[in-house]
Design a protein around this ligand. Sequence first.
Ligand code: FRU
Length: 549
Amino acid sequence: MKSPVKLIILLVLTCFGSRLLYAQPLSITITKRYLNLPISQTQKREAMQFMVNDKQERSFKIRLAAGEPDYWVFCDMSALQGKTITIRYDGDQAGLTKIYQADKIAGQDSLYREKNRPQYHFSTRRGWINDPNGMIYYAGEYHLFYQHNPYEREWENMSWGHAVSRDMIHWEELPTALSPDSLGTMFSGSTVIDYTNTAGFNQGNTPAMIAFYTVDNPEKQIQCMAYSLDKGRTWTKYAKNPLIDSKAKWNSKDTRDPRVFWYTPGKHWVMVLNERDGHSIYTSKNMKEWKFESHVTGFWECPDLFELPIDGDTKKTKWVMYGASATYMIGSFDGKTFTPESGKHYYVTGTIYAAQTFTNMPQTDPRRIQIGWGRVPQPGMPFNHMMLLPTELKLHTTKNGLRLTSVPVKETEQLFEKVQQAASLSAADANEKVKSFNQLDQFRVRTTLKLSHATSAGLSLFGQRLLDYDMNGNRVNGVFYSPENMTSMEITADIYVDRTSIEVFIDGGAYSYSLERKPVAGNTEGLRFWGTPSEVKNLEVYTAKSIWK
Ligand code: FRU
């Protein structure tokens, strides 16, 4: 039987037959809260689908471990209790049999106590995080949504993770808020509360929380919305998405990260949207139809725009605009156009990226509070990266004009207990005093140094320079910095050391930076003042609590 047709059949059977036979989808009737899935970073990423009654319930890419897993991830199955799901996987089928349901996630018993778990910074239970999204205060809760891959410790499957807090310090992680859909994956954005029902989603006295997000797909990035009537727990996507599709106008796929807020004087909504080479302003009365108004070039990704009082005087204000790097312009804004007047300036560098500020703060507490993504790898962990401390942003008049400052919010104080205070020490005496804190996993140290020579001095931790003030080069840890009092020879650093990260606030937040914590291998020095300080004018050491206990 040597006809070409038979040959082809034979070929197809040899190539795919075994796989087809083997690729039996897995069926499970959901009776427990979680499905636990084994992951191996060496496995190729392949598509997995959950089917319910022959309809696709979700689809994502996953490196399902065929052999010994590196770690486990989970799916919250609360919404599918009692349903029978069929799991299809395009990759190696061997891992399918290891998937199991339970009321605990795999590893629950050591959750938040893992070796490299940040102890007082937010990180997600499992998977990857990047940008903070939709940061809003509402009904007693701070909401932190974030770019999230629930299925792996690397970037993929972009979804909005969700955590809530009553103090911005202690966070409770909730189920994923927005998952990929047939339009694409969920990129960064913002939320608002629609108090006057301009979009028409409110129910009775319950105003809708509305999320604006970018949908990313291989072809383009479009702006969409979804609303929630239960404080961000569950979301309904708007049936007529997208709201804005501006790829053709900009001849670019880079149109993303809508930042929406209510502009009181004009009684309209404003959307700041990054489009190709800068931030565009759109306006709307109902959040469904948006009108392009203006564009400021020179920014990339993740816009923010807000008004701040100058030196605390609410009658004198300026507007601040920034992009993902946090370098900013100061200017004025009339609801349609941002007019830059100074900049760009910087107040923060390091691991920070894509920072956002809380909106809808209570009238009695109009602080402008920011959280940035900390690009800090968490080696060997089933989760990756973290959020930096919430900081308050203020505008101050300086000798060089208006500048932003950023300091950790007062709520962070509950974390720290002062265990050492001393003044006017020689570097040698200060080194003696800090010795006993060398074994602390997490702590805070505040110090003011006076230099004896116009060269370099600072503080190191096991050889890593937490503070490296080079007065000759006018640099702090490599970045240009000159204090307001430029002839003082002094510098104050407030240093927050966590298991995997370090945040440093210089001279009351005039400049700050964050680092990955990286002790020099083999170094046994612990905390050590080095260089040419003539005096450690002030030294405070604090122990730090964990937010997870
Ligand atoms: C910034 C960013 C955003 C985008 C998101 C995707 O880090 O590239 O512009 O929306 O991450 O995860």
